[in-house]
Design a protein around this ligand. Sequence first.
Ligand code: ZN
Length: 240
Amino acid sequence: MRIALFGDIHANLEALEAVLADASQQGVTDYVCMGDIVGYNADPAACLEIVRAMNCPTVKGNHDEDASGMHSLDTMNPVAAAALEWTRQQLSGEQRVWLNRLRMVRQVSDFTVVHSTLDQPTSWNYVTNRFDAMSNFAYQFTQLCFHGHTHVPRVYVKNSRVQEVPAESIAIEDGSKYFINVGSVGQPRDGDWRASYAILDMESQMIVFRRVEYDIVKTQQKILAAGLPEMLAERLVDGR
Ligand code: ZN
């Protein structure tokens, strides 16, 4: 069993299709989605329908929540708010209901999935250092927990202490717990523009991070054609 863990797609259809093609080539048998299917980029409905048709365990991201609700976006930063307002108009009522009903936390096989962090998942806190990770570990009762939200691939390991290790290939060791950010499919922010996701191989107990090129120019053109903020197209190239 090889499981692809992917999320923060953010309505980037070209990146999503490239990741799914790569996962298929890598012999992936199962898929789990970390949420934030929509927001920022130009294909929210198409990305939602692909993930929905996959019928894979999926958790809710903050953008899924904001795009499916009717609450005011006034307190949000203007670029994110403009993209969300546009996204709301692109989705049917039925699609918004599907997004809104996604669960915050899922247990899949013997691991846990959450968009942000297991301590107060509805607060959408960002885990950017080992102290944030410690708060999560206090609520992590499985050996592995996968998440997203910061758009930066990261791995925290807890044994006698909590430390960050490079987000490269990881051999899962007995006695350690892992809190793993799989990065972002549709808007990476670690300086690398390529789509990011991870594969968990159940037999070998290995986790491998993947980076996948996609037709970024096409994605940018769609963002501009949709009248979305220009900086959303610009940031994709920089991986920011
Ligand atoms: Zn996100």
